[in-house]
Design a protein around this ligand. Structure first.
Ligand code: GLN
Length: 199
């Protein structure tokens, strides 16, 4: 049994927990404190508001504990707001520099709210190199605008007026996913995350 934790401070963590619990061989566990991290093999950071999740993480001493977990090699996947938190560089489409707390675990630059407001949410079929294709739902999503070092963009999305930007990036045991697999209920990314767990 592989135990996958879902950071459960703010955002749509319940949807991730529900979907993970439906995957064979996976036990899903909510993570609310640093001590919960000792019990998990991999971590998911959900969508929500990255600024809020970042501040709550810091308040509970979870930021440095999550950085340690990832550096030890345990797999980590950030979706939407979670992808923002994994980035080394973040700017908002409208306000620019956000100064928000980040984990800075991935060599990627993201633009927050890159596609516009809630009403500009959209769905598209994406192909992810090495993982397969899936329906991707973007809700006030960030875009991955740059990847360097060991980080590689493995899926792109083309959007009118914006062009081709990164939708998924992978850097060793870390994955930044700008859309919501917990809403489309496609398990491929979770299975990929689980496959990275060291036996
Ligand atoms: N716009 C949010 C942020 O940047 C992310 C939205 C989401 O997770 N659906 O924090």
């Amino acid at each position: 049994m592989v135990v996958v934790g879902v950071l459960s401070l703010q955002g749509d963590f319940l949807e991730h927990l529900q979907l993970l619990s439906e995957i064979d061989g996976v036990k899903a566990l909510p993570v609310r404190s640093a001590k919960d991290l000792a019990r998990i093999d991999a971590l998911v950071i959900p969508g929500g508001e990255s600024t809020t999740i970042g501040f709550l993480m810091r308040l509970r001493g979870l930021d440095s504990a999550i950085i340690d977990l990832a550096r030890e090699g345990r797999p980590i996947m950030g979706t939407c707001a979670g992808a923002v938190l994994l980035a080394k560089r973040v700017a908002d489409r409208v306000v620019g520099d956000t100064g928000q707390p980040l984990l800075e675990l991935m060599d990627i630059a993201v633009k927050r709210n890159a596609f516009g407001r809630q009403r500009e949410s959209f769905e598209v079929e994406l192909s992810l190199e090495g993982i397969g294709s899936m329906k991707a739902i973007f809700i006030r999503a960030p875009a991955i605008v740059e990847a360097w070092g060991d980080a590689k963009i493995v899926a792109y999305v083309d959007y009118p007026g914006i062009g081709r930007v990164g939708a998924v990036a992978i850097q060793k045991n870390a994955l930044a996913v700008t859309f919501h697999p917990e809403i489309s209920r496609d398990t491929k990314l979770y299975e990929y995350l689980v496959s990275l767990v060291k036996k």
